[in-house]
Design a protein around this ligand. Structure first.
Ligand SMILES: Nc1nc2c(c(=O)[nH]1)N[C@H]1C(S)=C(S)[C@@H](COP(=O)(O)O)O[C@H]1N2
Ligand SMILES: [Mo]
Length: 247
């Protein structure tokens, strides 16, 4: 069932984060716009995006799920919030929604929860299997009521990596996918700091860099042009990574 997409990556060689892309299974040099060919290719090959990512057994869970990119946030507001169990953390949901939301962790715990054991694939060439728990993004968006014309969900993060705020985005198809969750637990425990405490996105049909950690806000937009560098994500802006990072 597992399919591997074509991922075009360019110009990533100078980076220390997610950078070991040369000379491996990754190939091609295609810097694409967010609405690019990759999705079209999937469609052309008859790869329906309603596919579920593979799920695994408890016995498959990796003994250690490493942290990658930002692993710790020095910012005082973040550290204070962590010391208090993130009781004051809020996930805001805004942009093209009829109902703006400001959700506490308690609010998120009160929603129906999904637990899924999935494999995380990083372009650096490592994978790990973990069990993630949290509400489906579709549940959160049902409360916020997306406006007609909303085409993308943008995920804002608390960390700043090499001088830019980390962010990511996906289309509404992935936003509404059953395996797209706002996770607050890894392997039955609150998320470790290195893995994005207190909240991180799991978007299981795509590569690791799409799984935004330290989530602070979700914004629905009609276009990605005015967000960050305009390419839909931190690594997309910085290193030309594919916006649609299908696995
Ligand atoms: N906010 C934020 N999200 C992020 C990153 C980051 O540096 N900051 N790194 C990304 C990359 S490249 C990967 S592979 C995964 C790593 O998740 P992990 O730290 O739980 O292993 O998070 C992704 N999400
Ligand atoms: Mo990654």
């Amino acid at each position: 069932m597992k399919r591997r997409g074509f991922i075009g990556l360019v110009g990533a060689g100078f980076l220390a984060g997610c950078d070991k892309v040369a000379g491996t299974k990754w190939f091609g040099a295609v810097a694409e716009s967010a609405q690019g060919w990759h999705r079209g290719l999937h469609r052309a090959l008859g790869v329906a995006r309603i596919d579920m990512a593979p799920e695994y057994e408890k016995s498959d869970i990796s003994p250690f799920f490493r942290g990658n990119g930002t692993r710790s946030i020095e910012d005082a507001a973040y550290r204070n919030s962590m010391m208090r169990g993130f009781f004051d953390w809020r996930l805001s949901v805004g942009g093209m929604v009829e109902q703006q939301l400001s959700l506490s962790l308690e609010d998120l715990f009160a929603l129906p929860q999904r637990t899924q054991i999935t494999r995380h694939d990083c372009v650096e060439g490592w994978s790990a299997i973990g069990e993630w728990t949290g509400p489906q993004l579709s549940e959160i968006l049902a409360l916020a009521k997306p406006m007609e014309g909303a085409r993308f969900a943008v995920f804002h993060c608390a960390d700043n990596l090499y001088g830019s705020d980390y962010y990511e985005s996906c289309d509404m198809d992935d936003a509404m996918h059953p395996q797209t969750i706002v996770a607050h637990q890894l392997n039955g425990e609150p998320l470790p700091e290195r893995n994005g405490a207190p909240l991180r996105l799991r978007i299981e049909r795509q590569l690791g860099y799409k799984h935004a950690k330290y989530l602070t806000a979700i914004e629905l937009v009609a276009s990605l042009d005015d967000i960050g560098g305009g390419k839909g994500g931190y690594w997309e802006d910085r290193a030309g990574y594919q916006w649609y990072a299908g696995i």
